[in-house]
Design a protein around this ligand. Structure first.
Ligand SMILES: Nc1nc2c(ncn2[C@@H]2O[C@H](COP(=O)(O)OP(=O)(O)OP(=O)(O)O)[C@@H](O)[C@H]2O)c(=O)[nH]1
Ligand SMILES: [Mg+2]
Length: 250
């Protein structure tokens, strides 16, 4: 059996998780790299890829709303917990495929996955080689304040899931050249510091810099298909670069 790497696509609602997974899957397909796709979002309707394993075969958001008489938000929370309960069967389905990469689409609102205990259950159940591709929404990330806020969200995801995170700047085709180079310039902490307002923003900046969380997200576009090779290379570097996995979190 191959070593299996589980790749979780995580990010705020609408940040582009599903389309990025789909574009990455197409890139792997093109390069004849074996993989499967897994949809863990019971609320998803039309997907741009055909998942090999699909949570919606077990339950959907609508089923749960009708069965328990709850609204969409209550149902999302129930779904997150139900996911933990179904994980053994889902794992059995995934294990049927002997592939090196498992691409996993996570529910729309990231807190449903990252902040609930079921995510720990899922991650522990599915294997020991796990990584997150963490999406920075371009609209939020183009202001220094938004960029730092998303970095904090990523920190919370790292803190909860304790797996390596690869930050990516999604939907880059929507950014102008100047906007993109501005965001890229923030890989130099001094530049980000100068662009931030005063007071609490700068205090928080010191926190993320000290912890080493300030990184340049990889620019990607699912629509135009760029950045896929960079994601793949980063995964290779993390899993096969001889680093001590216990120590790499971001
Ligand atoms: N221009 C552009 N639009 C994109 C790209 N990726 C996704 N989108 C659009 O952004 C919207 C959200 O994309 P999704 O892939 O569904 O995002 P998501 O994070 O899975 O969304 P939820 O699961 O609903 O939270 C859709 O309308 C996509 O067509 C991209 O690379 N470029
Ligand atoms: Mg989605």
């Amino acid at each position: 059996m191959n070593m299996k790497v589980n790749i979780y696509f995580i990010g705020t609602a609408g940040s582009g998780k599903t389309h990025l997974l789909s574009a990455f899957s197409e890139w792997l397909e093109f390069h004849q790299i074996d993989h499967i796709t897994v949809n863990l979002d019971p609320g998803s309707e039309k997907l741009p890829y055909s998942p090999n394993v699909d949570i919606r075969d077990y339950f959907t958001l609508t089923d749960v709303m009708l069965k328990y008489g709850v609204g969409p938000n209550g149902a999302q929370i129930l779904c997150a917990d139900l996911l933990g309960a179904e994980i053994d069967d889902i794992k059995e389905e995934i294990d049927y495929y002997d592939v090196p990469y498992v691409l996993i689409d996570t529910p729309g609102q990231m807190e449903l996955f990252t902040l609930r205990r079921s995510s720990e259950i899922v991650i522990n159940a599915l294997g020991k080689n796990n990584i997150s591709v963490f999406l920075f929404d371009p609209v939020i990330s183009k202001t220094p304040n938004g960029f730092v806020s998303i970095t904090f969200l990523m920190a919370s995801s790292i803190f909860r899931l304790k797996i390596p995170h690869i930050p990516v700047l999604s939907k880059c085709d929507l950014l102008g050249e100047r906007e993109l180079s501005k965001i890229e310039s923030w890989s130099d902490p001094e530049k980000l510091y100068l662009d931030l307002g005063s007071g609490v923003e700068r205090d928080l900046f010191h926190v993320i810099r000290e912890v080493g969380l300030l990184q340049n997200p990889i620019p990607v576009s699912a629509k135009e298909g760029f950045g896929m090779e960079d994601i793949y290379d980063k995964i290779q570097e993390i899993f096969y670069g001889g680093e001590d996995m216990e120590r790499i979190l971001y």
